[in-house]
Design a protein around this ligand. Sequence first.
Ligand code: NAP
Length: 250
Amino acid sequence: MMRQQIVAITGATSGIGAATARRFAAQGARLILIGRRQERLDALAAELGGSAHVVALDITDRAATLTAFASLPEACAAVSVLVNGAGLASGTNPVAKGDFSDWDRMIDTNINGLLNVTRAVLPGMIERERGHIINIGSVAGTYPSGGPIYGSSKAFVNFFSLNLRRELLGSKVRTTSIEPGRVDTEFTLVRLRGDEERAKALEADGPFLSADDVAQTIVMCSDLPEHVNVNRLEVMSVNQSTGPFSYVKM
Ligand code: NAP
């Protein structure tokens, strides 16, 4: 019989994180829902039956992140799965016209935020000899495609996961990098600062993966026997592919 899971999910207010919370809740996991938007966290917790613990937190705030995890109620303090889902792209400017605040936002959230949460949760997992860190990287971290700063921040996530996996060899803690292609979420709307018309135009070639497709993939990796570690997993909708090399006439 599978042991009760305590699953902490960052990015639980939307998209992949919210869908992952629904999937884990359906199989009886105890949830810790993390994001900045309190009302969305409360609504999801109510939808899931009210037993989820809600943590309104900006993961880029290192001190607040460490405090939030150190003060979890006893019933959910022994986190067994961490889904590092919080992340974003910000802006579409080319590097030569780059907006520094966009760059800082992506690096602070996708890299430093993920590290803050991982640092808060990992010691307990190692001590309890039980745990699984599931990082949401991206195909944009392997194939140049999603904007240089966003893609490079996701290259960090993909590679950090592999390094952590190596470092944790000898412990029972698993590490998985899930690297999706395009997913239908609020991601593009956030990137375009709420410009719905531009977001719709960019989404014209869908349908892409749904948030629940990715959630199902995450839960599948978690549900494998505890000695099985999926190191990295690239997942795309069948109507997406990598492109050929491009050339221009000069
Ligand atoms: P989404 O619907 O916009 O969800 C992003 C989540 O990140 C939200 O719940 C947001 O919550 C949270 N978040 C952002 N900044 C945060 C912060 N500073 N502190 C705490 N939470 C924060 O987008 P999504 O597609 O589900 O994205 C989930 C992950 O998948 C991201 O890491 C993204 O890079 C990755 N991904 C997405 C795609 C795609 O095509 N959609 C493809 C590959 C990878 P609050 O705003 O409430 O804080």
